[in-house]
Design a binder for this molecule. Structure first.
Ligand SMILES: NC(=O)C1=CN([C@@H]2O[C@H](COP(=O)(O)OP(=O)(O)OC[C@H]3O[C@@H](n4cnc5c(N)ncnc54)[C@H](OP(=O)(O)O)[C@@H]3O)[C@@H](O)[C@H]2O)C=CC1
Ligand SMILES: CC(=O)C(=O)O
Ligand SMILES: [Mg+2]
Length: 761
């Protein structure tokens, strides 16, 4: 019996409590709405609302197409469900479907920058549902129907398609069929099969299954080689029980009556039914090199581990993100709608679906460029049984699929806007990618490849325990929990956290065998700064920051995270008693602000109150180094309230001096200044200074002083809707990160991952 390949094991798994906490933290749910225009002044109000708003109203009344120019319609999709077939969980009602629909809405945004809102319609009556949706056309550029049970979904979709002049797309049908077909084409190629003679069994005869079977027959599968099963077994010609017209259309001429009989000798099996529907016996009875797509969510018909225990020649796919070969409609719907919206398509037709299938299948066969490797857990994927389909985080999807879909819409005559410059369109699409997730994903993947032992210095705190558990769960390394074991265990129990999992290690400072070594180390460092041996003893025994930092200094841990219970500067002082600056470096804090598709590094947000010119130059070097290590070629702007000498003043003088120092140092990155923030960030404003040496908008902002750094990042976060990570501490000889007091568990994990990243490979 083959051992399961390490790659087949889930990369990350989450507990029920983690899932609930994730949905409850901060503002409950997963999305909110933000205005795209200023709404600050009387004039703004006059333009946005009465009287100004009357002008676009009249324009749209005169020419409905102008709604795409004057409203959000053209980038807005509704995700609509009645909750009658939520994933593979069955009919749990409209309200219970909301987490999934919010999820689909955020995936639209995350993967394809499509704005989306979920609408849960509380009726199981088909006519009521249709009547509710049919009048919503003016609000949206497209309708994504989701998790509506068969056969109602077939009636609902086809009637709405007739009634509405925007794309209506039932994702569980066509999204699933497109992804499954793309994966199947590649799996057939890898196993040397011809689709005309391949025998396929599909378990499930609902929304997803019927659409999959229709699509593969359209691709060339022989109808006599396709058998569909449902809860009553094989759908054979003449069967009367539990039938409907959609099942009848695929009733097979066969003597088999059960799934078990049908699967004997089958080349391919699709599971679009329910958890656990495939038995070991069924899998064992399939043909050589079988293709098994167990696509039920959240739990597949059979797991890759189970299949690996039965046979080692299968190509295995599931609908889940924690196994290789994820056949899930998330690879389709964001990009298919992106392409359809961009050409204002009136529908999503077969030509567009087939174009998406081909684009997806081809992408998995292409060589993967370096900047994509991070999306594949650090391994360079190669077309093969473990890689038949791209992963959802593949950054090439955003340009490859919408282009194919838009092109097909234009050629098949359903586009209301023609794109002539397709390469230009592909470039625009790439720029829509959300950098937040890619930056962090890249960092996490690097750490996953080189897991690290990180000490969580305040492990008696609940959010720290949660963060540590998440760190271990995400296979970033070992989380060392520092604290009194009885208190850690009590907190864990109260919070429902299971400490008996691999990757967690409790260290109690009082009981550690390393205490004497740590005291000696600290005393040797501090004895000439007025500290007695007993002071060093007290610090190691009683203070977790000193204990943790000494652990890191002496190599008992790779890095450390702290900051929840003590203010930043106090925590930093604690750490610096134990760890020096890296030779030739300066310790500073850099905040990473991710805002409206841009990433900027802001420094120094932690250490230097009123830096001198030399210190500013050092800060620029440290921040540029961090940017480069995180994959951004640095363009450093030395910020001030003035730009290139005007208006003059003492504060700007210091910044100008820092630029001269950088000139003398002949540093190997782009920098310039002094300049105001708008000059640094806005290409058009920068063009007014043609001599400026930056080749584009700055991505590293060196602030003239701590107050401006701190104030501007906090304002970005609170008013600008930016995600701010950090301050990230750089320049220390060992990787230590300090969170802000009261940080959330997700912030703490990010900082722990950054510490681990800093520990290198
Ligand atoms: N990976 C992916 O991207 C996607 C996966 N899916 C998964 O596919 C499954 C079906 O979803 P959907 O088509 O929307 O739901 P539907 O309610 O429309 O259809 C469910 C179908 O599954 C059949 N079924 C249920 N349990 C069994 C069983 N034990 N054995 C055989 N057949 C069974 C039902 O049979 P009967 O007709 O007799 O009631 C019905 O035909 C879900 O698990 C869902 O998560 C769906 C969409 C996308
Ligand atoms: C993925 C999905 O849409 C489903 O399982 O229903
Ligand atoms: Mg679904």
């Amino acid at each position: 019996m083959p051992d399961i390949d390490k790659k087949d094991r889930p990369v990350t798994s989450v507990t029920d409590q983690e899932a609930l906490d994730f949905h409850a933290m901060g503002r409950p749910g997963k999305l909110e709405i933000n205005p795209t225009k200023p709404m600050a002044t009387q004039r703004d109000l006059s333009l946005a609302y009465s009287p100004g708003v009357a002008v676009p109203v009249k324009a749209i009344a005169a020419d409905p197409q102008t709604a795409y120019d004057y409203t959000a319609r053209g980038n807005m999709v509704a995700v609509i469900s009645n909750g009658t077939a939520i994933l593979g969980l069955g009919n749990l009602g409209a309200l219970a479907s909301k987490p999934v629909m919010e999820g689909k809405a955020v995936l639209f945004k995350r993967f394809a920058d499509v704005d989306s809102i979920d609408l849960e319609i509380d009726t199981e009556n088909v006519d009521e549902f249709i009547n509710c949706v049919r009048f919503l056309g003016p609000s949206f550029g497209g309708i994504n129907l989701e998790d509506i049970k068969a056969p109602d979904c077939f009636v609902i979709e086809s009637r709405l398609r007739e009634l509405m002049d925007i794309p209506v797309f039932h994702d569980d049908q066509h999204g699933t069929a497109i992804i499954a077909a793309a994966g199947l084409i590649n799996a057939l190629e890898l196993t040397g099969r011809d689709l005309k003679t391949t025998k396929l069994v599909c378990n499930g005869a609902g929304a997803a299954a019927i659409a999959c079977v229709e699509l593969i027959k359209a691709m060339g599968f022989a109808p006599e080689n396709v058998i569909l099963c449902d809860t009553k077994g094989v759908i054979y010609q003449g069967r009367t029980e539990g039938m409907n017209q959609w099942k009848s259309a695929h009733a097979a001429k066969t003597d088999t009556r059960t799934l078990e009989e049908a699967m004997k000798g089958a080349d391919v099996v699709f599971g679009l039914s329910q958890k656990g529907a495939f038995s070991a016996k069924m899998i064992r009875s399939m043909a050589e090199r079988p293709i098994i797509f167990a696509m039920a969510n959240p739990d597949p018909e059979i797991t890759p581990e189970e299949v690996a225990r039965i046979r080692d020649d299968a190509i295995m796919a599931t609908g889940r993100s924690d196994y290789p070969n994820q056949v899930n409609n998330v690879l389709g719907f964001p990009y298919i709608f992106r392409g359809a919206l961009d050409v204002r398509a009136s529908t999503i037709n077969d030509a567009m679906k087939i174009a998406a299938v081909k684009a997806l299948a081809n992408l998995a066969r292409e060589d993967v460029p370096d900047d994509v490797v991070a999306a594949y857990q650090g391994n360079r994927p190669r077309f093969g049984s473990q890689y038949i389909i791209p992963v959802p985080f593949d950054p090439r999807l955003i340009s490859a699929i919408p282009v194919a879909v838009a092109q097909a819409a234009i050629e098949s005559g359903v586009a209301r806007k023609v794109i002539t410059d397709m390469p230009g369109y592909a470039r625009e699409l790439s720029a829509r990618r959300d950098p937040i997730a890619s930056t962090l994903a890249r960092l996490y993947e690097r750490v996953r490849r080189h897991p690290k032992r990180i000490v969580f210095a305040e492990a008696e705190e609940e959010q720290v325990l949660r963060a540590a558990m998440s760190y271990a769960n995400q296979q970033l390394g070992t989380a060392i929990l520092l604290g009194r074991e009885d208190l850690i265990r009590a907190t864990a129990e109260r919070a429902g956290i299971d400490l008996n999992r691999p990757g967690l290690e409790i260290v109690n400072a009082r009981l550690s065998t390393r205490v004497e070594a740590y005291i000696d180390y600290l005393y040797a460092r501090l004895q000439r700064q007025g500290y007695l041996h007993r002071d060093a003893q007290r610090l190691i025994h009683n203070d977790r920051n000193h204990f943790a930092a000494t652990m890191v200094a002496l190599g008992d841990a790779d890095g450390m995270v702290t900051g929840i219970t003590r203010n930043y500067s106090t925590a930093l002082e604690d750490v610096r008693r134990c760890i020096d600056e890296k030779p030739g470096h300066r310790v500073i804090g850099v905040s990473l602000a991710l805002c409206r598709g841009r990433t900027v590094f802001v420094a120094d947000t932690a250490v230097h109150d009123m830096p001198t010119a030399v210190e500013l130059a050092d800060i620029a070097e440290e921040a540029a180094g961090l940017a480069r290590r995180m994959g951004y070629p640095p363009r450093v702007a030395m910020l001030a309230y003035s730009t290139f000498g005007h208006p003059s003043g003492e504060r700007s003088e210091r910044v100008r001096e820092a630029v001269k120092i950088l000139d003398k140092r002949r540093v190997d990155f782009e920098y310039d200044g002094e300049m105001a923030a708008d000059v640094a960030l806005n290409r058009k404003v920068m063009e007014q200074y043609p001599f400026c040496r930056l080749s584009g908008p700055a991505n590293v902002l060196v602030m003239p002083a701590f107050h401006s750094a701190s104030i501007s990042t906090k304002m970005l976060q609170e008013l600008g809707g930016s995600t701010v990570i950090g301050p990230i501490l750089v320049g220390l000889d060992k990787p230590v990160q300090i969170t802000s007091m009261g940080a959330k568990d997700s912030d703490i994990v990010n900082m722990a991952a950054i510490a681990a990243y800093g520990a290198g490979s």
